[in-house]
Design a protein around this ligand. Structure first.
Ligand SMILES: [Fe+2]
Ligand SMILES: [Fe+2]
Length: 343
């Protein structure tokens, strides 16, 4: 009897050691990312694997409204989620378990930021207190990772909004309507959707479009508003807005992948664009899309040196330049978006 008890105790310790090793690995993995969606997905998937369960969710507490919202769900029906939510609101501050479910608050120091719920339904082997302890340790790491990611996300938003506000003032200086960059972003997203690009890439293209002319901050006013022909030196200064834009955005690490699009938005398929004279196959897809979206909005806007073109003339102009200025596949996507009235 005594021997059996000892064996079981050793077995328990072994299991615990294994779990702790897994926890350490998971801790490293979840704190490696700063993308909130990604962090939440990793946490729930690792928690389920750790506890050999199949269903669960993470709920987050909004500190402003003090309301719970769902961060991520695995395997639960809408009804299940609703029930969990009702239970959680009543019982938020304490970790608790039943044979079929575990629930642990996410805490930062003493503040509750959310809850992890794990369930096996009725067909599972059943949870014990040991499982609850494991989930608690896991939740401590998870809470820190979630907090880091959401702080980072808020910061990104603030920085991005600041740059966007700056971009609007640059549009005005450049004698566009203040919506030029927003218009370009809207057209670029419509074209990107027609090309079935990933949501992640579409978002990058949208941000790049909002910021594409940011480098004009370094171009002198009299050049931007000159109605007559530009001298070659003035033209050179205008062209520098692409590289200047890339320089301005470079310190912002989270704009990685957007910067190249900003830099290349005046490159042309025939290699006669700027700043690098890249040929079609070496131009970023986002920049090819932006080139069309930007030209289209520029053509239908009034400029210091010419009146606005009609939409029809502008569309024909883009068709005519397919394969010369623009990638024909992108022109096709643009025309489809126009036909669908998405542009
Ligand atoms: Fe530009
Ligand atoms: Fe532009």
């Amino acid at each position: 009897m005594e021997k059996q008890k000892n064996l079981r105790a050793i077995d328990d310790v072994k299991k615990k050691v294994k779990e702790l090793a897994a926890l350490r690995e998971i801790g490293k993995e979840i704190s490696a990312s700063l993308n909130l969606k990604h962090v939440l997905s990793t946490i729930i998937d690792r928690a389920l694997a750790l506890l050999n369960a199949s269903k669960g969710c993470i709920m987050l507490l909004d500190p402003n409204t003090e309301k719970m919202h769902i961060g991520v769900v695995r395997g639960l029906s809408k009804e299940d989620v609703k029930n969990f939510k009702a239970q959680t609101v009543k019982n938020i501050s304490k970790a608790h378990f039943t044979p079929s479910s575990l629930s642990v608050p996410l805490k930062l120091k003493k503040t509750i930021t959310g809850v992890i719920n794990i369930t096996n339904g009725t067909e599972g082997k059943g949870f014990a207190r040991r499982h609850l302890e494991t989930l608690k340790e896991f939740a401590d790491q998870a809470a820190i990772a979630i907090d880091n990611a959401s702080t980072h996300q808020q910061l990104r938003k603030v920085v991005l909004n600041t740059i966007k506000a700056l971009a609007v003032s640059i549009d005005q200086r450049d004698h566009y309507t203040s919506c030029h960059s927003e218009n370009v972003a809207r057209y670029a997203v419509a074209i990107a959707r027609e090309m079935n690009l990933s949501e992640e890439l579409i978002e990058k293209i949208e941000h790049a479009a909002q910021l594409h002319d940011i480098g004009k901050i370094g171009v002198r006013d009299y050049i931007l508003s000159k109605p007559g022909k530009l001298t070659s030196a003035e033209w050179k200064e205008i062209k520098s807005h692409t590289s200047k834009g890339a320089e301005i955005l470079k310190p912002l690490e989270f704009l990685n992948g957007i910067i190249e699009v900003v830099k290349q938005h005046h490159e042309r398929s025939d290699g006669k664009g700027y700043p690098d004279g890249r040929k079609e196959k070496n131009i970023h897809i986002g920049a090819k899309i932006m080139a069309i979206a930007d030209s289209f909005d520029a053509m239908i806007s009034e400029r210091p040196y010419r009146p606005a073109m009609s939409r029809k003339t502008a569309i024909n102009e883009i068709k005519r330049s397919s394969g010369i200025m623009y990638d024909p596949r992108v022109v096709e996507a643009f025309l489809r978006a126009v036909a669908k009235k998405a542009i």
